[in-house]
Design a protein around this ligand. Structure first.
Ligand code: HEM
Length: 425
């Protein structure tokens, strides 16, 4: 267990201090901040890390360096076909890394004018989202989930809530119902398992995409006020394949990050005295907790990736053409060059990089906040006396180089008098 006594450096640094640390051990360690600080001191603001055995990357931990990388797409491409380790066969064909890093013909893997062409439908579709309707639909999904477990008096808010809400919410943005949302979630889970399993990931991907294709064709016959219809009508998307790929890119990008944001905000509210009182009407509100969670525990701690198009220098390191760079968002938030002395983290300050920066910055800040805020508010409203059943320091983290999500968030609460009225969001 990653209790407070465990030394994060020992597990993350493979002992010797000379080998680059494994990134997933850093992300899931009890105190990643301490590991990032030591990495920065010993190896610099841009440091070498191991993504999986034998596959290395540069972790960009400086706030300014991270802005420089995300804003210079001519130098740092988003297209993984520039990655020498992938082209040279260093990354095995069934590597779990490919789930996030393989190239696909969508907005995520494109640069320059091609990226802007594919990005416009997302920005415009998101700008047209009916926020009130979304809040009501997501509120209903969250209320149903909590009411289902409320009679038990205990629950795991990660596996029974934070990991389920995002897909149902994302599905609803595309006009899919709960049943289709659950099917999509199962397909995505199967797909993730296949990568680490040496199974046929392409088969899993086809099933996931088939559900999206069916939705697209249904909207062709009966348009509605949803993102699927917005994509169907957008002149920049030239084929059925491009529309499905745009839907897939959004769902895959949003799913894990919203789950992490819900989990971190709930954890903060359950464990930090400044927020705990909020459950009973306290000093700091849910939006304060959402902001602080973005600073302290950005949902994507480390975001893959950029690929150097030519040899260059960054943060004192020589980066070679074809090298991969990981956006060290969590570490950049703790960069002493920009960190305020103030001990109250993030309140009222949205200069965080949780949604990245530059042309590929997340297009979905507004719906992401809407969904996460609704999910957190619903729990607070329906389970006002919930308490964590384990000490905060005993929480452990799912192994992943990218997102830092607790394995579980076990809570208990009274079963008497659970309010049935709709939550106020
Ligand atoms: C907790 C919420 C979220 C966080 C923290 C988050 C974070 C991010 C980050 C860091 C990136 C930038 C990657 C880069 O610079 O390479 C990104 C990109 C993206 N996000 Fe989000 N995201 C969230 C929610 C969502 C949601 C709900 C959606 C979809 C509805 C979404 C869709 C996307 C897409 C499509 C991209 C790629 C954009 C592009 O390449 O132009 N995200 N997100």
């Amino acid at each position: 267990m990653n209790g407070p006594a465990a030394c994060p450096l020992r597990s993350a640094h493979s002992g010797t201090g000379t080998e680059p640390p494994a990134l997933s051990a850093v992300t899931s360690s009890a105190d990643p901040g301490a590991v990032y600080r030591e990495l920065r001191e010993k190896r610099g603001i841009v440091a070498r890390v191991e993504l999986e055995p034998g596959v290395f990357a540069w972790l960009v931990m400086g706030y300014r360096e991270l802005l420089a990388v995300t804003r210079q797409e001519r130098l740092f491409s988003r297209d993984s076909r520039n990655w020498h380790d992938l082209n040279d066969g260093v990354v095995p064909p069934h590597s779990e890394l490919l789930r996030m890093m393989s190239w696909r013909a969508n907005v995520v893997g494109a640069d320059g004018p091609e990226h802007r062409r594919l990005r416009a439908p997302l920005d415009e579709g998101i700008a047209g989202i009916d926020q009130r309707g979304t809040r009501l639909r997501v509120g209903a999904v969250c209320t149903e989930l909590i009411e289902d477990l409320a009679g038990r008096g205990r629950a795991d808010l990660v596996n029974e809530y934070a990991l389920i809400v995002p897909m149902l919410a994302l599905a609803s943005l595309f006009g899919m119902d709960d049943q289709e949302g659950r099917e999509l979630r199962n397909a995505l889970e199967a797909l993730s398992a296949l990568f680490s399993d040496t199974g046929d990931a392409a088969v899993g991907r086809r099933h996931f995409e088939q559900i999206l294709l069916d939705t697209l064709r249904a909207r062709e016959r009966a348009p509605a006020d949803d993102l699927t219809t917005a994509f169907l009508r957008h002149p920049n998307l030239e084929s059925e394949t491009e529309r499905v790929q745009s839907m897939a890119a959004m769902i895959m990008a949003g799913n894990e990050s919203i789950a992490a944001w819900i989990a971190h905000t709930l954890r903060l509210m359950l464990t930090d005295a400044r927020f705990a009182a909020q459950v009973h009407g306290g000093r700091l509100g849910v939006d304060d907790a959402l902001d602080e969670a973005l600073w302290r525990d950005p949902p994507m701690s480390n975001m893959p990736a950029r690929f150097a198009r030519r040899d260059t220098e960054l943060g004192g390191q020589t980066i070679r053409r074809g090298d991969v760079l990981i956006l060290g968002i969590a570490a950049a938030h703790d960069d002493p060059a920009v960190r305020p002395d103030d001990s109250v983290e993030g309140l009222g300050n949205r200069a965080h990089l949780a949604f990245s920066a530059g042309p590929h910055a997340c297009p979905a800040r507004v719906p992401a906040r809407l969904i996460t805020r609704t999910a957190v508010n619903t729990v607070l409203h329906l389970l006002p006396d919930m308490k964590l059943t384990v000490p905060a320091g005993d929480l452990v983290w799912r192994p992943s180089p990218w997102a830092r999500i607790p394995v579980a968030l076990p809570v208990e609460f009274s079963t008497a008098g659970i309010p049935r009225a709709p939550a106020r969001h």
